[in-house]
Design a protein around this ligand. Sequence first.
Ligand SMILES: Cc1cc2nc3c(=O)[nH]c(=O)nc-3n(C[C@H](O)[C@H](O)[C@H](O)COP(=O)(O)OP(=O)(O)OC[C@H]3O[C@@H](n4cnc5c(N)ncnc54)[C@H](O)[C@@H]3O)c2cc1C
Length: 462
Amino acid sequence: MAPSSRPSVAPKRFVIIGGGPAGTTCATHAARLGAQVTLIEKDIVGGAAHLLDCIPSKAMIATGGAMAMVNRAAEMGLARVEATLDFDALKRRIKDIEDRLENSVSQLLESQGVRLMEGVGSLVSTHEVEVRLSDGTTETVTGDIIVLSTGSRPRIPEWAPVDGVRVLSTRDAYPPPKLPEHLVVIGSGVTGVEFVHMFNSFGSRVTLIVSRQQVLPDKDPEVAAVLEQSFLNRGVKLFMGARAEAVETDGERVRVQCNDGRVAEGSHVLLAIGSIPNSEGLGLENAGVESDHGYVVVDHNCRSNVSHIYAAGDLSGKLPLSSVASTQGRKIAEHAMGLHAAPHRHIDYDKAASAIFTDPEIADVGVAEADAFAAGRKIRVTKVPFSVSAKALINNDPRGFVKIVSDPATGVVMGGSIVGRHAAELISVLALAVTARLTVQDLVESLFVHPALAEVLGEAAE
Ligand SMILES: Cc1cc2nc3c(=O)[nH]c(=O)nc-3n(C[C@H](O)[C@H](O)[C@H](O)COP(=O)(O)OP(=O)(O)OC[C@H]3O[C@@H](n4cnc5c(N)ncnc54)[C@H](O)[C@@H]3O)c2cc1C
C-alpha cells in the first residue's frame, strides 16, 4: 500500500529576543512542541538572572551563610573554628557557577534544535526582526510568533554618579571590585536588604537608608520587624524615614545626603532602588506594539496588542521574578502552539511564592494578613514559632515563625508567611496548598517527617 500522502504542515517559526529565563524556557518548550525556534541573545544565555542577579547574589549569600555557621560552630559542640573570606576564591566560585549554568542552558537549547544567534535583536516590522550580529553584520529573521524577553536593568537616578568603583549599582556588586569596608545601601526593598545581609556577613559595616518607616515596605509588618531587629542585633545602622537625594565621592569616602538633613558616610554606596525595562531600541513602534513606561502591555496569555507578538519576564511589567519569567515563557509556548488557552490555565500572579534570602530567611505566598485586613476580608490567621520545633533546636536556630492565612468558612489555605531557616524551601508546601486549594485540615493530616521544620506547617494549620 502506498504511504499516506497527507500534506505536511510547516512548523511554526518562533523568533525570541532575549535569552534570560523567560526567553530560554519559551525556546526549549516551543521546540519540544514542534516549533522551529530562533533565539537572539546579545550577551550570555541564561540572561541577567544567571550573570548578574539571582544566581550570583544567592551564591554570595550562601558563602556568607557558611561563614556564619562555621563561626557559630562552638554553639553546636564543636571546637572553636573561625572562617575568613577568601575574596579571590569567592570570585572564582561565582564565575564557575555562571559558566556551568550557561553551559547547561546552551546544551539544552542545542539538544532541542534551537538556533542561537549572538547579537542584538530589534523589530523592523510585525513579523521581521533585524539582528546586529557580534561580527558587525546584520541578518533579518522572520517569525510567525515573536517573543520579546529582553529583561530589565537597574534604575540609576540622576543624583547618583555610579562609577562601578565606589558608587555601585546592583550589577557591580556580584562581586564588587573590592570588599567594602563600610557600605551604604540605598533602598530597603528585597534587593537592598539582601545586600545588607550579604555584606554584613562578610564583615563589612553597613548603613541602610530606608525611605519609609519599615524595611521591606510591601511586606507583612510582623515579618519586616523580625528582619529589622536582626539587622540591629548585627550592628547595621538604619536611617528610617530618610530619602537619599545626593551622592558625593571624596577620595576614599562617599557621602549620601538625605532629605531630612542626615548624611550617611561610608567607603562605598550601593543603589538598590528598582529597575527599568530594556525596551528602547527594540523597535516596538515599528510593529505597533503598545507599551506603558517602557513595559510591553500584555493580556492573560502574555500577548501584546499585536496578536502574534508576546512579551515575557521583566519586560512584561508583571512580577519581576525569575520563576515568573520562566513560567510566562512556558505559557507563551503553549498558547502560541494552541494549547492550554482556557482561563483556568492563566498565570495567577497572586499565587507566586517569593523569598528574601536574608538571615533569617523570609518567604511568603498568596494573601497577606495586613492586606486582607485592609480590604475587610474575613480571614483566619494562625501562627506558630519555630522555637516549638525539635528540628529548629537541633539546628541551633529557633528564630522565626510560620503564619497561615485561611478562609474561616471553608478552611482553604489563602496564603502564608514563613520567617526562619529554609523558609524559601518550606514556602513551597504553602504555595502548593494555595494553588491546589488545599485546606488547613489537609496540612494537619499530612504525615510530615519527624524531626523536620515542615512539622511547624502542620502545627500552624491547627
Ligand atoms: C539583585 C537581584 C537579585 C534577584 N534575585 C532573584 C531571586 O533570587 N529569585 C528570583 O526569582 N528573581 C530574582 N531577581 C529577579 C530576576 O533576576 C529577574 O526577574 C529575571 O532575570 C527576569 O528574567 P528575564 O528573562 O525577563 O530577563 P533577563 O534575565 O534580564 O534576561 C534578558 C536577556 O535579554 C538580553 N537582551 C536584552 N536586550 C536584547 C536585545 N535587544 N537583543 C538580544 N538580547 C537582548 C539580555 O542580554 C539578557 O540576557 C533578582 C533581581 C535582581 C536585580
